[in-house]
Design a protein around this ligand. Structure first.
Ligand SMILES: NC(=O)c1ccc[n+]([C@@H]2O[C@H](COP(=O)([O-])OP(=O)(O)OC[C@H]3O[C@@H](n4cnc5c(N)ncnc54)[C@H](O)[C@@H]3O)[C@@H](O)[C@H]2O)c1
Length: 388
C-alpha cells in the first residue's frame, strides 16, 4: 500500500492526524525528533487505533536520514507538521526558526523531488493574513504583513510552494491555514503538552485550572468590536482539524496536480471571555483570571471563512466550544498531562525504585500531589539523616 509520510507526527496536531489517517485505513510513517513531543505518544496512538506506525527518530534537517526514509518506503504523499511554533521565542531567536521551519521544508521538498513524490500538504496558519479587513479571512485575500519570525516562516514556505508549482506544475500541493486549534482526542490519551509558560489561551487555562499557574491574564476587555470587550478568535477542535487533512488528502488523490489553499476554522469567532466561562462551566472548575492591558499587535477579532473547504472538500468543523473545553480538561484529568513542578521533582529523585513507587501510587489515586508528597518525604528523610 502507498504510504503517507507525516513529519512532526508525534506533535499535537500531527498525532491527532495520524490517528485519523489510520482510522481511514492509510498506512503511516512518522518522522519526529521529539524536540516538542514525547515517545509515549506512539504507544497512545497504537492504544487508540490498534494499529502500528513505522517511526523514525530523526531530524528532518538531516538530508541523508530523510533520504533513507524515502529509500526504504514507498511513499506517496507527505504531510509536513514538523517545525517550531512558539511566537515569542521566534522573536528572540529568529535564525532558529528560519533554519528549522524553512530550511527543513526545503530539504524535505528537495528529497520529495529526488524521489518523484509530489503530493504535499503544508501546515500553514491564519497568521499569514496579517491585519486586514474586519478580521474575517478569506483565501482570496493576499497574504498580509506578518508580525513575527514564526509567521514569516509560514508566509515564506507558502511562497516557496507557489514558486515551485510555477516551475513544475506536476506538483500536487495543499496549503492548509489553521485558525486556533484546541481540545484533545476524546480518549484523553493524546493532547497538547506545552512545556513552560504556554503561548496560547487553552494550554494557559489548563495550567491555571491544574494550579500550575496562579491566574490567567485576559489582555484587554475594552475592545469595541466584541460583545464583552475581550478579543475573539476562531477556536477549532483538533480532531476536526485532523479530519480536514484526510479530506484534503482525498482531494489530492483525485487531482493530478495543482496548488490548493484552504482555511480550516469553524467560521464562528468566540471571545476569550466566552472560552474561559465555558471552560469553568462544563468542567465545573475554578479558573482565576484578571483583566490586563491590551497586548501590542493583538487584533480584536480574527476568524475564518471556511466556505471553500465546505464546498470543495466537503469538510465542516462539527465540534462545539463545550467539546473543546471538556476534551482539553479530560486530557489533564486522565493524568497524561504531567504537572511539570512534580515532574521536575521526580527527575531529581536519584532512586528509580522510588520513582516507580510514586508513579504507581499516582496511577492509583490519579492525584498529582502525591508526587510532591513523595519529594517532601525524601527531603525530610535526607534532613533527618544529615542531622544525625
Ligand atoms: N498549534 C497551533 O496553534 C498551530 C496553528 C497554526 C499552524 N500550526 C503549525 O502546525 C504544525 C504542527 O503544530 P503542533 O501544534 O502540532 O506543533 P507541535 O510542536 O506539537 O508539533 C511539531 C512536531 O514537530 C517536531 N519537530 C520540530 N522540529 C523538528 C525537526 N527538525 N525534525 C523532526 N521533527 C521536528 C516536534 O518534535 C513536534 O513533535 C506546525 O508546523 C505549526 O507551526 C500550529
Amino acid at each position: 500500500m502507498k504510504k503517507v509520510l507525516v513529519t512532526g507526527g508525534t506533535g499535537y496536531i500531527g498525532s491527532h492526524t495520524v490517528v485519523e489517517l489510520l482510522n481511514a485505513g492509510r498506512e503511516v510513517i512518522i518522522i519526529d525528533n521529539f524536540s516538542n513531543s514525547k515517545p509515549e505518544v506512539l504507544e497512545k496512538i497504537k492504544q487508540i487505533t490498534g494499529k502500528d506506525v513505522k517511526f523514525y527518530n530523526i531530524d528532518y534537517l538531516n538530508r541523508e536520514e530523510v533520504e533513507k526514509v524515502f529509500e526504504e518506503n514507498e511513499i506517496e504523499s507527505v504531510i509536513n507538521f514538523a517545525g517550531y511554533k512558539a511566537v515569542g521565542e521566534s522573536v528572540k531567536e529568529p535564525l532558529k526558526y528560519y533554519h528549522n521551519n524553512v530550511s527543513g521544508a526545503i530539504i524535505l521538498l528537495e528529497t520529495m523531488q529526488k524521489y518523484n513524490v509530489k503530493k504535499f500538504i503544508f501546515s500553514s496558519s491564519a497568521t499569514v493574513y496579517g491585519a486586514q479587513g474586519n478580521g474575517k479571512c478569506v483565501e482570496t485575500m493576499k497574504r498580509g504583513e506578518t508580525t513575527n519570525p514564526y509567521g514569516t516562516t509560514k508566509s515564506m514556505i507558502e511562497k516557496i510552494l507557489e514558486d515551485m508549482y510555477l516551475a513544475d506544475n506536476s506538483w500536487n500541493i495543499a496549503i492548509l491555514r489553521y485558525f486556533n486549534p484546541v481540545g484533545a482526542h476524546e480518549s484523553g490519551l493524546i493532547g497538547e503538552d506545552p512545556q513552560g509558560i504556554p503561548n496560547n489561551l487553552m494550554p494557559f487555562i489548563m495550567k491555571v485550572a491544574n494550579k500550575e499557574i496562579p491566574q490567567l491574564n485576559i489582555f484587554g476587555n475594552d475592545y469595541k468590536e466584541t460583545e464583552d470587550g475581550t478579543c475573539a478568535r476562531d477556536f477549532i477542535h483538533v480532531v476536526d482539524l485532523a479530519i480536514g487533512h484526510i479530506k484534503m488528502l482525498e482531494k489530492l488523490d483525485k487531482e493530478n496536480s495543482g496548488i490548493f489553499v484552504y482555511n480550516l476554522g469553524t467560521g464562528k469567532p468566540y471571545t476569550v471571555q466566552q472560552m474561559v466561562d465555558t471552560f469553568i462551566k462544563v468542567n465545573n472548575i475554578d479558573v482565576p483570571y484578571k483583566y490586563a492591558e491590551r497586548r501590542d499587535g493583538d487584533l480584536p477579532v480574527l476568524y475564518s471563512d471556511p466556505t471553500k473547504a465546505k464546498q470543495e472538500l466537503g469538510w465542516v468543523a462539527t465540534r462545539t466550544l463545550e467539546d473543546m473545553c471538556r476534551d482539553s480538561w479530560n486530557y489533564v484529568l486522565k493524568g497524561k498531562w504531567v504537572n511539570e513542578k512534580c515532574f521536575n521533582c521526580i527527575k531529581r529523585l536519584k532512586n528509580w525504585r522510588d520513582w516507580k513507587i510514586s508513579n504507581y501510587i499516582n496511577q492509583i489515586f490519579k492525584r498529582k500531589w502525591i508526587w510532591h508528597y513523595t519529594c517532601f518525604r525524601r527531603k525530610r528523610r535526607r534532613i533527618i539523616k544529615k542531622s544525625r
